[in-house]
Write a new protein. Structure first.
Length: 79
């Protein structure tokens, strides 16, 4: 689907690339997973990957690793 027609395709492609480079790589990755899920890709794998990514980026995960390293009980905060 085309939202607009560019007179200079190369310049338009560079504009799109510049916009993509200005975004968070993490956010771009999540957006790709969401698009693939919408197109009927393997939803279970997508959900697992998204969930794992969310956990990996959580403060609780960092606390768990720190507690393990420090040989203490973790103080999870639900974040």
């Amino acid at each position: 689907f085309a939202a607009e027609i560019a007179e200079d395709a190369r310049a338009a492609a560079f504009d799109i690339a510049d916009g993509a480079l200005a975004t968070s790589a993490y956010a771009t990755e999540i957006a790709k997973y969401m698009l693939h899920a919408g197109f009927g890709e393997d939803r279970a794998a997508m959900i697992e990957t998204l969930g794992s990514g969310m956990i990996a980026a959580s403060a609780d995960k960092a606390e768990g690793v720190a507690a393990f390293r420090d040989k203490r009980k973790p103080a999870f905060k639900g974040r």
